[in-house]
Design a protein around this ligand. Structure first.
Ligand code: SDX
Length: 433
């Protein structure tokens, strides 16, 4: 937290009959915040901020976003540099440790990922017990929580946090691949120690006893970049959920599972699946792009342009531009022509030339093109948010650790403004209307 500067100036709040001064502080990138910790005691009132859009819940060293300038940095490094030069495992190490790994550190971390890549054989019963049409996110969230049962000795963090982080990052990958195989009634493919993280995942997903799966370098590269671009994003809904659960002292697995559940929503990580479903709907509706742009603008229509807009970015989401490039490159190398990509590009062009989207600064976000890449790799639509979770896991782990290591740790307990009925007398059953 070296980047925190207490300002000499104060914020002055004038309330009816009262004037109070509140401390002001500044973060590394010049963000200013009013410390309202004493507000209730000194002013007898609280603040109201629907959805916490203007409220910082914590101080954090991990990720910086500038929504107006379209800047995203992990531990101070620009996402463009990281995505261009790192592997996902390097970025996982960076997020968890706050520094890029040396060769020996990366080698050790990779060994831990291998050592902890298997899941307890009894967990297979979970897969077999889940109804066949179970959503992969339902399976993932329950399997992650169940890790605390199968590995009770690791309810929290190992003295060597590398092992804790590697265990989760590795096992979540195996759980995702096993749930895919189970959904297809195929035998699971176990992890291999001779394959790096992303190649290992692809092998577990697509290798089969009857058909050789070729692990293509361009697919491995695209997967690395996608997971990197999803690895963290400061206090988004699921990461804040992880921190909320961590603040109660719940174990790491419970916090991760809560993150999976929060990510599932279509307004958050579930948007990548919703984008593919939307693009298919448009194709099946005679490519009527104008109709869907109109629906998105119609306040009486609950349809939204999925993969568009962002709570923070009021400029291009730097990730979506990068992902669009990865998409074009991979499909060209794989000689895939996906009609969904054409629709997506036409939709983006139509929206970005429409005043409704321009005025509201609505641009494609991380979810707009990512699903098309996963489709090209062969990952089914209902697994897209699982892929988001695999990418986001190192970020969640880093935020969990930052929360539990915080020497000013307190349980998160937001207030509310009660607007319900005032006190009223009890009504016995025979007198109720
Ligand atoms: C992720 O927070 C993170 O960092 C999340 C994430 C991460 O990495 O963790 O980046 C990942 O969740 C990306 C977002 C994925 N969700 C979607 O693509 C779903 C579609 N987008 C939206 O529903 C919406 O844009 C949100 C939920 C993302 C943001 O919602 P906000 O904060 O309410 O949006 P806003 O305040 O900027 O909206 C301003 C206006 C409103 O209209 P008016 O009241 O001004 O008339 O824009 C409208 C909104 O109704 N609007 C949209 C729209 N998004 C916003 N209108 C049509 N289609 C959309 N997609």
């Amino acid at each position: 937290m070296d980047g925190l500067t207490q300002m000499s100036e104060k914020a002055v709040l004038t309330l009816p009959g009262k004037r109070i001064e509140l401390p002001l502080f500044e973060g590394s990138e010049g963000e200013r915040a009013i410390d309202i910790g004493a507000l209730r005691k000194e002013a007898g009132c609280i603040t109201f901020d629907n959805g916490f859009s203007n409220t910082a819940s914590c101080l954090s060293d991990i990720c910086f976003i500038d929504g107006e300038k379209g800047i995203l940095r992990y531990r101070g490094y620009d996402i463009e540099d990281i995505a261009a030069h790192c592997t996902f495992v390097e970025v996982a190490y960076l997020l968890v440790h706050g520094k890029l790994p040396t060769e020996p550190e990366l080698k050790t971390f990779s060994e831990y990922l291998n050592e902890h890549s298997m899941i307890h054989e009894d967990m297979q019963n979970f897969f077999n017990g889940m109804p066949p049409q179970s959503h992969p996110m339902a399976i993932l969230s329950s399997m992650v929580t169940s890790l605390s049962s199968f590995y009770p000795h690791i309810m929290d963090a190992d003295p060597n946090f590398d092992i804790t982080a590697a265990r989760l990052i590795s096992k979540v990958r195996t759980i995702a691949a096993f749930s895919y195989k189970k959904s297809r009634g195929e035998p699971v493919v176990y992890p291999r120690h001779d394959l790096p993280y992303c190649a290992n995942f692809l092998n577990m997903m697509f290798q089969s006893p009857v058909k050789q799966y070729e692990i293509r370098p361009e697919v491995v590269e695209a997967l690395n970049k996608l997971l990197i671009l999803h690895a963290d994003h400061e206090q988004n809904c699921s990461t804040s959920t992880v921190r909320m659960v961590a603040s109660s002292g719940a174990n790491l697995y419970a916090a991760m599972s809560a993150g999976v559940s929060a990510l599932w929503g279509p307004y958050h990580g579930g948007a990548n699946q919703a984008v593919i479903e939307m693009l298919n709907e448009i194709i099946n509706d005679n490519m009527n792009i104008k109709k869907y742009i109109a629906k998105a603008k119609d306040k009486n229509d609950k349809f939204r342009l999925m993969g568009f807009g962002h709570a923070v970015y009021k400029n291009f989401d730097p990730r979506s531009k990068f992902i669009k490039g990865v998409c074009d490159n991979l499909l060209a190398k794989m000689k895939i022509i996906d009609p969904l990509l054409d629709v997506a590009k036409q939709l983006e062009e139509a929206a970005l030339s429409d005043s409704y989207f321009i005025e509201r600064k609505l641009y494609p976000n991380v979810d707009f093109y990512s699903g098309i890449i996963y489709r090209a790799i062969g990952i089914p639509t209902n697994m897209l948010t699982v892929m988001f979770a695999i990418g986001r896991l190192p970020g969640w782990i880093a935020h969990w650790k930052e929360t539990v290591d915080n020497k000013h740790w307190k349980i998160w307990r937001p207030r509310q403004v009660y607007v319900g009925p005032a006190r009223r007398d009890f009504i016995p059953m025979n007198k109720r209307a």
